[in-house]
Design a protein around this ligand. Sequence first.
Ligand SMILES: [Zn+2]
Length: 320
Amino acid sequence: MFGECHAHLFMNGYNYREAVELHKNGVQEDDLREKLRQYRDHGISFVRDGGDALGVSQYARALAPEYGIMYRTPLFAIHKNGHYGRIVGYGFDTWKEYHTLVKKAAEQDADFIKVMFSGIMDFSREGTVTEESLTAEEIREMIHIAHEEGFAVMAHVNGAEAVRHAVEAGVDSVEHGNFMDEDCLQALAESRAVWVPTYVTIINMIGNGRFDDASLCRLAVRQGEKIRRGFALGIKIAAGSDAGAFCVPHATGVIDEYHMFQRLTGASGEASAFPDAEGTPGLVFDPAGRMDTTALMTKAELDARLEDAEAEIRQRFCRT
Ligand SMILES: [Zn+2]
């Protein structure tokens, strides 16, 4: 059974503003208990949070053991002011301020540091990221300072250049990693970083109506090919869905992600690792049959790969 390597317990999977409203005047314990129950009921016993600015994941961490869940959180994510990331954490302008935030995370017993290096996939401008990424120097310094304080670094990062810079600077996990090129994938394969593609953040929006389906399908093919290539290159890939994000429900999000990995590696057609979710989803996102979905590995091999990557995360994303 796999864990969820990228979730945001404070979000609800459909409306960010509503999630903020719910918790902004104090964490709503009932809401968290319901989400933790869902994870437990789906047999998920490991959750790594991606952070929030309302203290929700800190609260959830205290409750999680009651549900038999090992829950790890950075508490909040850190972004450079003026760049993407405010929705999940706090910003900084100077290195002194960044260091203060890392120390604040340490004081509050964060398990690791979550940083934001780039924007998000821009669904209204296909193939682009919403903004310029941080520079190589900024990326290197942010990772360096966090490592110096004994933390592993989980990085939200998209775009070939930014991902390569993060990997070269020794980042511990690459989150999303959209729009990588072959060089970048090779660098990732040679590094110790774990990649958490959160593929269902694209897939699950198909048919929702918010964005153009044809465009989403092209993005799904494009990113799906990279993930398949990543598996072929031996990159450590872990299952994490960004649960709580739009169209990605808690608990079932990572099950969807796992099923997509089965499809992308051609390891489908066998029983699901999740007892209550048989088979792979029938979603048609590649009507032209452009993608190669011949068997790259067996399901047992896929499971072993995912288990290894998750073990790496469980072991490393815990402050030493
Ligand atoms: Zn996230």
